[in-house]
Ligand binder design. Structure first.
Ligand SMILES: Cc1cc2nc3c(=O)[nH]c(=O)nc-3n(C[C@H](O)[C@H](O)[C@H](O)COP(=O)(O)OP(=O)(O)OC[C@H]3O[C@@H](n4cnc5c(N)ncnc54)[C@H](O)[C@@H]3O)c2cc1C
Length: 551
């Protein structure tokens, strides 16, 4: 139920609907895009970033929230700590049990490697399961990987790393075939053709949805395959451990990554796993709440992989750009920042201000739409006031007016449930929206096989950076995690199988990093990785019990 003030504004929206239905809003010119971003996108807000004090990216600008994690000590007092002998040895160690990690495990096992996967929550308790709108791939007759490539770099501000974009778009059609083989039920027309829609910044309809729970459907099948493969006694094997967090990587005398130091988050046991190759697949950083934004992300999105990789010497890239999804929930407060998928705009909902006026073409890229919403509220004062930052309307009833009654329940059932729980029927009333911290455009730099500059260390998925440039398009992350999850899994396995043995590894790189922190005057109290966000009241915050025995 909306309060009375909101209902007044909704009445205005209803009066402008007919005229808006035929209104065409042109795409912005490059000059106007740049001006809008520079004036309103949070990445450009003064005082929100600083130069990193130490490490391979020393001097690069990044949000304070990231810098606080890089300028932090390990939970392990490396100078007074004896690294335990490995509890387990494996060919490939994978850290993270979302889409990228699980895809990597399946391919590494296929290549006949022994795989050990650890994840700090449960397998699939991850952003991948939360993905809603769809996955991009150029598999239609009027489309091609080359056209997809142009859209990706257009969306990324022409800054993307070409080698990575090439891998992304080239593997796209094969990924869709693979997912179908695994059992993913994509939306199809009655005669069996795959349905596809537009997302922001796409010149072709290439978004393949599974209603509005695409990630859950994809993760369901990946997890099934992963569990099935972990029960098969083939040449390669998969073992896994849940509620196990990575605290640091282990390196040998040459700086090669040879495994990780882990914590059992149920009983606090610290142990090590020795690995010939290691893949970081730890996902994103939404729980950092950069600039105080709410987030659409899951509980474990705390940027741990960036910290682990960085301490071991991995180069990071595009650290100064965060994706704020334009349409987070602005009301009701209980679900503040949860996502209203771009698919809602893809199937026809319009963005309107308090007076029922449109102010931007809805399928501009996300950075542009988010900036336009912020301008509408902060500068033009045409937003709807809330207890937080305010909001603008997404006119969802329009979807049913244009495409017929029942369209929302059929195409957006998860969105419908998200709001109806609070008495808001999006088939009849618009929903209120404001940008939310959604995605980490940057991350660990890698090549098109997922290899980083640290020998033996691979990355896949949202923890990596470069493929999306300064702004990811909708549907390209689900594609990214599978393209690079598979590539990293296969290549990490092939590399591992060529190596006879690696040493047990040490925390020498951590000791060196600590010395640099001390020289830079960083206070000892700051620790990373975060592992879990601490939402307890301030008086109760402190170490989690599974870390309490560490100095
Ligand atoms: C609400 C929402 C909707 C989205 N919709 C779409 C969409 O429609 N299309 C699209 O393409 N993309 C979408 N995305 C983005 C996409 O889902 C993610 O970018 C992608 O799934 C990330 O996959 P990943 O495997 O890299 O990370 P995740 O799936 O987040 O998995 C990371 C895993 O690593 C574990 N982990 C983290 N740190 C550690 C540690 N220290 N030790 C051990 N384990 C650790 C985590 O617990 C987690 O299990 C959406 C995201 C959200 C949040």
């Amino acid at each position: 139920m909306y309060p009375k003030e909101f209902q007044e504004s909704i009445k205005k929206i209803e009066t402008t609907r007919q005229a808006r239905m035929v209104q065409k809003i042109p795409l912005l010119s490059l000059t106007d895009r740049t001006a809008l971003l520079e004036a309103y996108h949070p990445d450009y807000k003064k005082g929100t970033m600083r130069e990193i004090l130490i490490g391979v990216n020393k001097g690069d600008k990044t949000p304070h929230e990231f810098a606080n994690l890089f300028e932090a000590y390990s939970h392990i007092e490396a100078n007074n700590f004896t690294v335990p002998s490995p509890k387990l040895q494996t060919d490939v160690l994978i850290i993270g049990g979302g889409g990228a990690g699980v895809a990597a495990a399946i391919l590494a096992k296929k290549a006949k490697a022994n795989v050990f996967l650890v994840t700090k929550l449960r397998i699939a308790d991850a952003n991948t399961t939360m993905a809603q709108g769809g996955i991009q791939a150029a598999d239609k007759e009027n489309d091609s990987p080359a056209i997809h490539y142009l859209d990706v770099v257009g969306g990324g501000g022409y800054k993307n790393i070409p080698e990575l974009v090439n891998a992304l778009v080239s593997d796209g059609p094969e990924i869709i075939r693979w997912l179908e083989e695994l059992g993913v039920i994509f939306d199809k027309a009655p005669e069996g053709t795959m349905l596809s829609i537009h997302g922001g910044g796409t010149s072709r309809k290439r978004m393949h949805p599974c209603r509005d729970y695409t990630g859950a459907e994809i993760m369901r099948c990946l997890k099934d395959e992963f569990l099935d493969q972990s029960n098969r006694p083939d040449a390669g094997k998969i073992k896994y451990l849940e509620y196990t967090g990575a605290l640091d990587l282990l390196t040998d005398a040459d700086g090669k990554c040879v495994g990780a130091i882990l914590v059992n988050m149920e009983n606090g046991e610290i142990f090590t796993v020795k690995a010939k190759t290691t893949i970081l697949a730890t996902g994103g950083a939404g729980q950092l709440h950069i600039q105080g934004f709410p987030t659409s992300n899951h509980y474990g999105a705390t940027a741990d992989g960036l910290v682990l990789g960085y301490r071991a010497g991995a180069k990071l890239t595009f650290l100064d750009t965060i994706q704020y999804h334009p349409t987070g929930v602005a009301y009701p407060e209980q679900i503040l920042g949860q996502l209203i998928t771009e698919k809602v705009r893809g199937v026809g909902a319009q963005l309107v201000n308090i007076d029922g006026e449109r102010f931007i073409y809805e399928l501009e890229t996300r950075d542009i739409v988010a900036s336009a919403i912020i301008r509408e509220i902060q500068d033009r004062k045409k937003g709807i006031a809330t207890a937080q930052a305010g909001g603008v309307w997404l006119d969802t009833p329009l979807i049913e007016i244009v495409s017929g009654p029942g369209t929302i329940l059929k195409q957006l059932p998860a969105m419908y449930r998200q709001f109806i729980k609070f008495g808001i029927d999006m088939t009849k009333e618009p929903v209120l929206t404001y940008p939310t911290q959604h995605y980490q455009n940057g991350g660990v730099l890698c090549n098109d096989q997922g290899e980083t500059n640290v020998p033996g260390l691979f990355v896949a998925g949202e923890v990596s950076g470069g493929v999306h440039g300064r702004n990811r398009l909708m549907g390209n992350s689900l594609l990214d995690i599978l393209v690079f999850g598979r590539r990293a899994g296969k290549n990490a396995a092939e590399q591992a199988l060529k190596i006879a043995n690696v040493s047990d590894g040490s925390l020498e790189h951590v000791k060196k990093y600590h010395r640099e922190l001390e020289q830079a005057g960083v206070a000892k109290e700051r620790k990373a990785p975060m592992l879990l966000p601490d939402y307890r009241p301030k008086e109760f915050q402190g170490k989690f019990s599974f870390l309490s025995h560490l100095k």
